[in-house]
Design a protein around this ligand. Structure first.
Ligand code: DX5
Ligand code: ZN
Length: 216
């Protein structure tokens, strides 16, 4: 079963409630919430006050993708603001802090995920894989919506899929960046089961048709 996670980075922030209601009605599985700090990635997006507002407006699973340095500093705050799944980057801190951030999210009874950028090898996930509810493989360099899918990430998706099947079969495998009706079948064939899509959903007038097109 493939899950679709529309990324509100591509939504209209002056009409966010309406945009979220549309994808919820259209049967999106998760709502993907991109947080950027201008340091870990060269862009600044949205954060805790927006998440609190979104939480009040929807019962969707809120999938929060932290593209920030030292996420261990903020994971508690994002859980309190309403995150159901907290995903942060393996490259964003030292291993002991990465493990501490994982433990913090789990202590709240929430789901936790680790993300890796395109140049980070699959093997870096091995020390953490048994603790994770989700792995997020970036299929663009994080920071901006609307970039082109990096086909050279398909082998890594296959590698991580094999790792998950061997070590933690309940862990979900999410992909993020350049996912559209053309690239979706490629990542699904490689083993992904949660597809993030920003422009391919919010860039289309008919959100239900856009989500259906991604499910294929
Ligand atoms: C990029 C973000 C993505 C972004 C995807 O750094 O993590 O979630 O919104 O946008 P599209 O689907 O347009 O590539
Ligand atoms: Zn994202």
């Amino acid at each position: 079963m493939i899950k679709i996670a529309p990324s509100i980075l591509s939504a209209d922030f002056t009409a966010l409630g309406k945009d979220i209601a549309e994808v919820e009605t259209a049967g999106a599985d998760y709502l993907h919430f991109d947080v950027m700090d201008g340091i870990f990635v060269p862009n600044i997006s949205i954060g805790i006050p927006v998440l609190q507002s979104v939480r009040k407006k929807t019962d969707m699973v809120l999938d929060v993708h932290l593209m920030i340095t030292q996420p261990v500093r903020y994971v508690d705050a994002f859980v309190k603001a309403g995150a159901d799944i907290v995903v942060f980057h393996l490259e964003a801190d030292e291993p002991q802090n990465t493990q501490a951030a994982i433990d913090k999210v789990k202590a709240h009874g929430k789901r936790v995920g680790l993300s890796i950028k395109p140049k980070t090898p699959a093997s870096t996930l091995i020390p953490y894989i048994r603790d994770l509810d989700m792995v997020l493989i970036m299929t663009v360099e994080p920071g901006f919506g609307g970039q082109s899918f990096m086909a050279d990430q398909l082998d890594k998706i296959r590698e991580v899929d094999a790792l998950i099947k061997a070590q933690n079969p309940v862990c979900e495998l999410q992909v993020d960046g350049g996912i559209d009706p053309v690239t979706a079948p490629l990542v699904v064939e490689a083993g992904a089961n949660v597809l993030v899509a920003g422009s391919a959903v919010f860039g289309k007038a008919d959100r239900a048709a856009a989500i259906a097109a991604l499910r294929g």
